[in-house]
Design a protein around this ligand. Structure first.
Ligand code: PEP
Ligand code: MN
Length: 353
């Protein structure tokens, strides 16, 4: 199958294209609050599941059509593009009625040619971007078959999402990445944008950052990441959702390497290191200045320099954040202690002035 190079909203910009939002739309407040935070972090495409395919009956099956109204409001209020999963012709009609900008086909649906054909028929003549998740089973031909069904229906803004493959014995990953499968798909259909879904591959918050980096190193075009304003209380997939703040930290720490590792790209990476070190130095200086002002306050109010509870709180919070971003707790502790020692020295200077 031949595909022309296509554009998806956001794809024209630098890698990675980012789609983020909660696993499920739960309430209007949760959707709007998460969306506002993501928009403030610069996310351009919002995701939320409205109809949720569940392994067993009785789980949260999604709010349904009502939630499409919330997504429409997200679009109006934040200007983000909005996207949701469709699994039937009825879903397609409703999603189009509410102005969705992008649709995706879920892993369970891709595995079923009847369902994919029904979606393709419902989309005939509609010019909307559609992302096709890999089927739950590691079957590249089935995945390509789904892409072909949509292509045959006239859809041209197609892309795929790699969300890993189901396996009987769950080990580290919720769904095995089997990277060779999306890589082979890219070889077979080179112009098809490939987006990685680290949330469903990892199934755990701490796996998201390393999976994002791996996807970037494998030249994936984008990332679709589940983000919720209060992940611990999420109604579905709570163990794998992260706050918009953590998402932004993860995205900001990604290293984007271009295709050919030449001397030139080594120079570019070194330039990135120089710039990052400069920002680190500036940030540290700023932190010391703020610590100095706190020292002044403590002096005026007769307070002790060392506030043990505050220091313990800073230490444990920062170490946990650092660990989410792939650094060791030991390393974080060393850095924080060094910074704290210098802050205390600054404050002593002020106290004794
Ligand atoms: C989802 O994106 O929330 C979802 C249900 O994913 P998948 O189809 O990959 O299981
Ligand atoms: Mn999910």
């Amino acid at each position: 199958m031949e595909l022309e190079k296509i554009t998806l909203p956001g794809l024209e910009e630098k890698r990675p294209l980012v789609i983020a939002g909660p696993c499920s739309a739960e309430t209007e407040e949760q959707v709007m609050e998460t969306a506002r935070q993501l928009a403030a972090q610069g996310v351009k495409i919002f995701r939320a599941g409205v109809w949720k395919p569940r392994t067993k009956p009785g789980g949260f099956e999604g709010v349904g059509t009502e939630a499409l109204g919330w997504l429409k409001k997200v679009k109006q209020e934040t200007g983000m593009h909005v996207s949701t999963e469709v699994a039937t012709a009825k879903h397609v009609q409703e999603a189009l009625k509410f102005g969705m900008d992008l649709l995706w086909v879920g892993a369970r649906t891709t595995a079923n040619p009847f369902a994919v054909q029904e979606i393709a028929d419902a989309l005939k003549g509609v010019d909307i971007p559609v992302l096709i998740k890999n089927p739950v089973n590691p079957d590249l031909e089935l995945w390509i078959g789904a892409i072909e069904r949509l292509h045959n229906a006239g859809l041209r803004k197609l892309g795929v999402i790699h969300r890993g493959f189901s396996s009987y014995d769950k080990k580290l990953y919720r769904n095995l990445p089997q990277w060779h499968i999306p890589i082979e798909l890219h070889r077979r259909i080179p112009n098809l944008p490939i987006i990685c879904d680290p949330s469903h591959i990892g199934g755990r918050r701490d796996l998201i950052a390393p999976l994002c980096q791996q996807a970037m190193d494998l030249q994936f075009d984008g990332l679709i990441i589940e983000s919720h304003n209060n992940p611990d209380l999420a109604w579905s997939d709570k163990d794998q959702q992260i706050t918009p703040d953590v998402l932004s930290l993860i995205l900001n720490t990604l290293v984007i390497r271009e295709m050919n590792q030449t001397t030139e790209s080594l120079a570019a990476l070194r330039k990135q290191i120089d710039e990052i070190d400069m920002s680190l130095t500036e940030l540290l200086a700023k932190r010391m200045r703020v610590a100095g002002e706190i020292g002044q306050y403590k002096k005026e109010h007769g307070m002790a320099i060392l506030q043990a509870t505050r220091y313990d709180e800073i230490l444990s919070k920062r170490i946990a954040e650092g660990e989410i971003m792939g650094m060791s707790g030991e390393f974080m502790k060393t850095i924080l202690e060094a910074i704290h020692t210098e802050s205390v020295r600054k404050q002593m200077e002020i106290m004794n002035k």
